[in-house]
Design a protein around this ligand. Sequence first.
Ligand SMILES: Cc1cc2nc3c(=O)[nH]c(=O)nc-3n(C[C@H](O)[C@H](O)[C@H](O)COP(=O)(O)OP(=O)(O)OC[C@H]3O[C@@H](n4cnc5c(N)ncnc54)[C@H](O)[C@@H]3O)c2cc1C
Length: 482
Amino acid sequence: MSFDYDLIIVGSGPAGFSCAMQSSKFEKKVLVIEANAKHLGGTWINTGTVPSKALREAAKTIYRYHSQFGYDKGRRPFEQFRMEELIHYQQSILESKNRKVKDDLIKNEVESIRGFGQLIDENTVEVSLVDGEKKKYTAEKILLSTGSSPKSPSKKLRKNSEILDYETILNLTHIPRRLVIIGGGINALEYATIFGSLGTRVSILNDQEDYLTYLDHEIKDQLNASFGRRQVSVYNKVTVDDIRKNDLRTCTEVLFKTKEEDRLQVLETEHVLYFGGYQPNSKNIGLENVGIKTTKEGFIKVDNAYKTDVDSVYAAGDVIGFPTLASVSFVQGRLAACDMFGIPARELPADIPFGIYTIPEMAGIGITEQDAEKMDIDVTVGRAFYSNITQADLAHIDEGLLKLVFSSKDLKLLGVHIIGEGATDLIHLGQSVMQYGGDIRYFIQNVLNYPSYTEAYRIAAFNGVNRVYKAGVKYKNILETK
Ligand SMILES: Cc1cc2nc3c(=O)[nH]c(=O)nc-3n(C[C@H](O)[C@H](O)[C@H](O)COP(=O)(O)OP(=O)(O)OC[C@H]3O[C@@H](n4cnc5c(N)ncnc54)[C@H](O)[C@@H]3O)c2cc1C
């Protein structure tokens, strides 16, 4: 049977993009269908990953400038900078990323078309074009990479006031002095520290018992201290009762209760930003036409190779659920391409690092000290505080901690947990050592650039070794080469 294409990809975010690029390298004829009439790149480039990171970079620079040189004539960042300037900076980055994605597809001879794709059968996708016309295309394989969308707040909360989400916050015209963020996930915390660094007084209303409970406890303590420095307050176990305009006081009031206190509390704010989680874009894409199953939340079910119940149809990225990250979507899209065209590929390793782009940023891989205790593994930890790292001194940064968790018996590295400048890059050195079954002597026996944040690994390794030594193991034996 002959088809129009070897592969049709529905959605041009990181999962679709990487699948397209990899398949083109396998010399396959690929068509990408994208519903957004203006932009390729999905949440990744247009509303999520890249815009928030661009704003963050600007906020980080401003914060660092002020902490290094003090406030100019006592003015706080929101009195010196306009949101317009930050958005302009961010917009220039989005435009260049958009161009890059488009050029990469063209360079690799991947065709693209704008319209909403829907599965008709296991090899056919119908595209509803912007002008209302419908076209059908066939392919040997199909990838569904339609991503996810933000969940909306309840009607009751939306009734009396405007509530922003991660898309509409990008239209703000000024840096608010006060901001309430509803939600306790990573994106909520990222935005809290972006605005906190710009001098905004931020209140986070989290409906859960706590936030980021998987973090190493010492890293979490450091995060909480950094919230304090940036005027970010967190309220846990919160139920938001109402959000309403107060025209007399020209503000918005957020009324809420906590589990501990039944009385209604009020926060006055300029804006409310809502992060209530994400829902998969799996409706109206024709899953029922071919019998593809989803979870009850609507995420498409796939096997280890990202294949759905239908042999010719694959799915990757946010539409299949956890961990809903661009970093992972890139890899999933590539692995799906390999499986489709019979190219052997290594499955995703069990240990995936995480990066949380708060200011300061955080990253981790492997087990924490607390996990080890629960799992009854005998571990020792090594710590390096940024206040002891020359590079941090040079940059006038004193918040940060890198923590190594390793086996007390053979020094094998089992976990790395970092908060501080460069954490999301630094983590990959620990990841490599762990992937190759290495131990903490790696950081002592190899030359690490100086000054650099990487020095934290050396300091933490020595700190860890000293602890093991104190526990009665001969120092000489510890450092002996294998
Ligand atoms: C505020 C925020 C910050 C984030 N920061 C990070 C970060 O720092 N690091 C990280 O790794 N991840 C981050 N993420 C997550 C990341 O953006 C997503 O995990 C990633 O974009 C998912 O990729 P995807 O390919 O599945 O889908 P998407 O990027 O969402 O792309 C899906 C595309 O499919 C299109 N589409 C949908 N339905 C159809 C259809 N029927 N026909 C045609 N086209 C269709 C959409 O228009 C969209 O362009 C962040 C997310 C948010 C919201």
